[in-house]
Design a protein around this ligand. Structure first.
Ligand SMILES: [Zn+2]
Length: 163
């Protein structure tokens, strides 16, 4: 049978363009010149049709590099979720929270096609939250900075009090 494993995951089957069955497999897989895409030759097990697919990075949106180096597409909904959790039961309306997510999303997208660090996005959001509500701000930074140590959290609290 045709199976192909990439980092432990089986490459998804695609329907045959000729007979529409899903019993197709990858018979050859190689990078294109420059390594910007992967070209796969696929073959249908039912009718024998061979076809080619290309796998490319989705660069339409901004890519975000996470703390441990993993890169994924920027996700506005995820960003909004983080802001909403931070402002829960605080005097910041959902509209204001959406406003923050929209503003930061627009700033991030203005760098189109680049890789943005999550820490950079986190800074942008926390700056805005800090002006609105310090509890929401602290909640937010405690998540995005992943405080593992209560002392770090206390230091951040002191920084706020000093200002
Ligand atoms: Zn077929």
């Amino acid at each position: 049978m045709y199976t192909q494993h990439v980092v432990g995951l089986e490459v998804s089957k695609l329907n045959c363009p000729n007979c529409d069955t899903d019993s197709t497999g990858v018979v050859d897989s190689r990078p294109t010149n420059g390594g910007e895409a992967v070209r796969r030759r696929r073959e249908c097990a039912d009718c024998g049709t061979r076809f080619t697919t290309y796998e490319r990075t989705e660069w339409e949106g901004v890519q975000v590099r996470k703390r441990h180096g993993e890169i994924e597409p920027f996700d506005r909904e995820k960003l909004l979720g983080g802001v909403l959790r931070a402002v829960e039961k605080r005097p910041v309306s959902e509209d204001e929270a959406r406003g923050i997510a929209d503003e930061v999303g627009a700033e991030v997208r203005a760098n189109g096609g680049e890789v943005v660090e999550t820490s950079e996005i986190g800074e942008k959001i926390s700056e805005r939250l800090r002006e609105m509500d310090e509890v929401a701000y602290l909640r937010f930074v405690s998540v995005y900075k992943e405080f593992s140590d209560p002392d770090e959290f206390a230091q951040e609290l002191d920084r706020i009090k000093e200002d």
